[in-house]
Design a binder for this molecule. Structure first.
Ligand code: TRP
Length: 333
């Protein structure tokens, strides 16, 4: 049975603190994917140094991110969880694939254009060849699906192009993966700028998964709504985007429907509604924060998880890398 499962893989950059948008939009839905798929999740630390990082922060965030994923329900017994830099095959295959990636196609990547505009003082070669490394991450594991957000779809596309190009020369070496856009998953907007996605770069409108309850409540109490006094808690994303966002969040954390929520708060103002949403979020995040803290206090366990993950990943990745080395003509060691 195990062998009939399709394979799914995704990488997450440990470049910032995880927030409610990451959780409700993606992570929350990942736990159940292991019923259906053979899942690989890795901390894409090699990718993060394409922009400057503070070394101690990167190390801490990588470990915290592993602990948080486990706390969010990713069971290490049923998922392969590892750190990208622990599996050298990623960097090794990336080099080979760089030689099968065209300058022109890398130049067209929107993320490269955005990031080089944002970090104009550090337009390094890694930022440019990032998609070849990402293609290596993926193709090493021969996955069927790669769950990514909309911003990464272009990178999955170029991965497919690289795989097809390589296969065209050497035969069917790589499985050509599909992007996997999950059906469920809420799009969480910033609490104080509800026309923008919740993001760590807008910290006052962003609820971090490990944030203290009083800070979370404060952010919800200050969330932007509107001056509608007659029938305030009503789902109308067009005209009431702030309220719609809070209702979506409340629905996602309580499982209640939007009409139920309208009934629950009928005749009540934002003074009652906003703290109620805040409380519900606090209660959803409490066990995640507590479990993350408990895991972070148990370094030996976390080490055992990422070491076992890297070992399993290295076995699979090593097979693909050997095949590639042979195909391109490298002498066997
Ligand atoms: N580039 C992805 C991001 O920034 C992270 C990533 C790296 C990734 N390698 C991957 C995602 C492989 C999916 C598959 O979000």
């Amino acid at each position: 049975m195990e062998n009939e499962k399709k394979t799914l893989l995704s990488g997450i950059q440990p470049s910032g603190e995880l927030h409610l948008g990451n959780y409700l939009g993606a992570i929350k839905n990942w736990a159940q994917l292991s019923d259906q798929f053979d899942c690989y999740w890795f901390m894409a630390d090699l990718h993060t140094i394409t922009v400057r990082q503070v070394p101690a922060d990167l190390r801490r965030r990588t470990l915290t991110q592993i602990a948080t994923y486990i706390a969010c329900g990713l069971d290490p017994e049923r998922n392969t969880i590892f750190v990208q830099s622990h599996v050298p095959a990623h960097a090794q295959l990336a080099w080979v694939l760089q030689c099968y990636t065209m300058f022109g196609e890398l130049s067209r990547m929107t993320q490269f254009k955005d990031k080089s505009a944002k970090h104009a003082d550090n337009i390094n070669a890694g930022l440019f060849t990032y998609p070849s490394l990402m293609a290596a991450d993926i193709l090493l594991y021969q996955p069927d699906f790669v769950p990514v957000g909309a911003d990464q779809k272009q990178h999955v596309e170029i991965c497919r192009d690289i795989a097809n190009r390589f296969n065209g020369v050497y035969g069917e070496v790589f499985k050509v993966p599909e992007p996997y856009i999950p059906k469920t998953g809420a799009r969480v907007m910033s609490l104080n700028q509800p026309d923008t996605k919740m993001s760590k770069s807008l910290p006052e409108g962003c609820v971090f998964l490990l944030e203290k309850p009083e800070d979370i409540l404060r952010k919800f109490k200050r969330a932007v709504t509107d001056s509608d006094r007659d029938n305030p808690v009503r789902y109308d994303p067009e005209n009431k985007p702030g309220v719609a966002n809070l209702m979506q969040i409340y629905a996602a954390v309580t499982g209640k429907s939007l009409p139920d929520i309208e009934r629950e708060f009928a005749g009540q103002g934002y003074g009652a509604f906003k703290p109620a949403v805040g409380e519900a979020v606090v209660e959803t995040l409490r066990p995640i924060r507590e479990e993350t803290e408990r895991l972070l206090a148990d370094k030996a366990y976390l080490e055992s998880v990422y070491r076992a993950g890297a070992e399993r990943a290295s076995r699979v990745a090593g097979r693909t890398l050997s095949k590639v080395y042979k195909k391109v003509g490298f002498l066997a060691p």
